[in-house]
Write a protein that binds this ligand. Structure first.
Ligand SMILES: CC(C)(COP(=O)(O)OP(=O)(O)OC[C@H]1O[C@@H](n2cnc3c(N)ncnc32)[C@H](O)[C@@H]1OP(=O)(O)O)[C@@H](O)C(=O)NCCC(=O)NCCS
Length: 272
């Protein structure tokens, strides 16, 4: 993929209502310049996927093929290309989040089911402005260290770029330590990652109320891992409703360093 492919990427993913704008692909390509792929037939783009690595682990996302060319092996080739690329840069664990309808497709490519992830959304009206701090540049290293302690991978460049693009939407807590980010474009507003030390539900609630009071969009959504049952309990108690459910899957080694008890929201379906 290169920047000339962004408009194709937006129009292809619009078919599935993934709500991308070109800056989203600019961010994904910036995170992993060699790990975003376009499938072509006779020089015409017909599919794409993106990978994002965090040291020994990585995510594959945005696997999509033009409807006209589905069922001809392109999707499988895209996933294999991304997995091979990730292995070549030393990744041992590859995750992705699959629709229920595509679990079988990924299983055939060697992925295993881990746990469901719910896409939950809520109207933001009624949440007040936050009682939590907006992070400063000097906080980013500390936030990245907290994030790595729960994810088991290094997401510092992603956190830095999101802070640069959405400086008022990275909120943090000191004790217990926690942080939340929201990314809001004209098409949609997503909350996550949301991570708190020791998995404290009170700290998670404070951050979540804070970010709901900070975003300007009417609705926000987040991706909630069932591996942390307190996350589902919290978002339901605040009034979030489930839109649909996906399955987190893994390829390769299990990431033993991940501590899901502190993870209340994923960064996004396509990049964990
Ligand atoms: C899912 C998707 C990427 C598959 O791409 P594709 O090019 O049609 O898939 P392929 O032709 O490479 O299929 C590879 C194999 O998986 C099978 N397969 C494809 N989609 C499947 C599905 N939804 N369920 C079960 N098996 C499936 C194919 O039959 C094929 O089997 P074979 O090797 O025995 O022939 C494509 O259908 C798509 O773009 N869907 C919409 C976007 C989407 O849902 N993406 C996944 C996000 S998690």
């Amino acid at each position: 993929m290169n920047p000339g492919d962004f408009s194709f990427a937006v129009s292809l993913t619009d078919v599935e209502d993934w709500a991308y704008v070109e800056e989203d692909f600019d961010r994904l390509l910036g995170y992993e310049p060699e790990g975003c792929f376009i499938a072509e037939i006779e020089k015409q783009p017909v599919g794409l996927t993106t990978a994002t690595s965090y040291g020994p682990m990585a995510w594959i996302g945005n696997v999509i093929v033009d409807e006209e060319f589905r069922g001809t092996g392109i999707g499988a080739q895209l996933v294999r290309t991304a997995v091979d690329y990730l292995a070549s840069v030393g990744v041992k664990t590859v995750h992705l989040t699959s629709y229920v309808s595509t679990i079988r497709f990924y299983e055939r490519l060697g992925f295993r089911q881990e746990f469901p992830v719910s896409t939950m959304s809520i109207a933001t009206a009624g949440f007040d402005s936050p009682d939590v701090d907006v992070a400063k540049e000097t906080d980013l290293e500390r936030i990245a260290a907290l994030d790595a302690a729960y994810l088991g991978g290094d997401r510092s460049r992603i956190i830095r770029r999101m802070w640069r693009d959405f400086p008022r939407l990275l909120l943090m807590n000191d004790v217990p330590a926690g942080y939340v980010i929201a990314t809001c474009t004209e098409k949609c507003c997503e909350i996550g990652p949301l991570i708190v030390e020791s998995g404290s539900p009170d700290a998670a609630e404070q951050l979540l109320r804070g970010i709901l009071g900070s975003v300007l969009a009417d609705r926000a959504r987040m991706f909630v891992p069932h591996a942390n049952p307190r996350a589902t309990e919290l978002v339901e108690s605040l009034g979030f409703e489930e839109d649909f459910r996906t399955m987190r899957m893994v390829h390769g080694e299990v990431n033993e360093a991940e501590r899901t008890e502190g993870i209340y929201a994923l960064g996004a379906l396509e990049k964990g």
